[in-house]
Design a binder for this molecule. Sequence first.
Ligand code: IMP
Length: 180
Amino acid sequence: MGELPSDIKRVLIAPEEIQKRVQELADQISKDYRGKRLYMVGILKGAFIFMADLTRALSIPHVVDFMALSSYGKTTESGAVRILMDLREPIEDQHVLIVEDIVDTGHTLSYLHRVLKGRSPASLRTCALVRKIRAQTDVPLDYLGFDIPDVWVVGYGLDFADRFRTLPYVAELKPEAYTR
Ligand code: IMP
């Protein structure tokens, strides 16, 4: 993989592992939604690369849409979330799949699940690339790529202060990189 950027501590998930798992998830999703039209909701910005790979690996008809969310008081862990950019269409009677990059505390996913459930979709499921072991959520994750330790990770869409998103792997950031 060559030399790692100096702020990266170690690679947690290699590019080949990611591609293999994304294909497995897409196969499972295609099987589960056979005969239905799927409304995929990607959460910006972090999920854009995962969404691009996942949707291209699907073998069923689907619509791609995005939402952008921001969480207040991350440091206080208040869990308050707000919508910065909403969906383009009503999702009533649609089969909706939320696609998240990462589930950390789980606040974002439970907020979003509550909001979208209130819009009366035909069905609502959740998918995340990675989940930190400390995640506690009342919402079940229907599709999950990987469980990871409770460390700050970057790459494959995940960032720190908008850096490192385009690394082809998921890696642990050195603590010095975010404490300095
Ligand atoms: P939550 O704590 O599950 O609500 O996660 C909130 C958001 O924080 C996620 O959607 C990510 O955008 C971001 N986030 C949490 N942990 C990480 C990480 O390790 N790397 C990059 N982004 C993260």
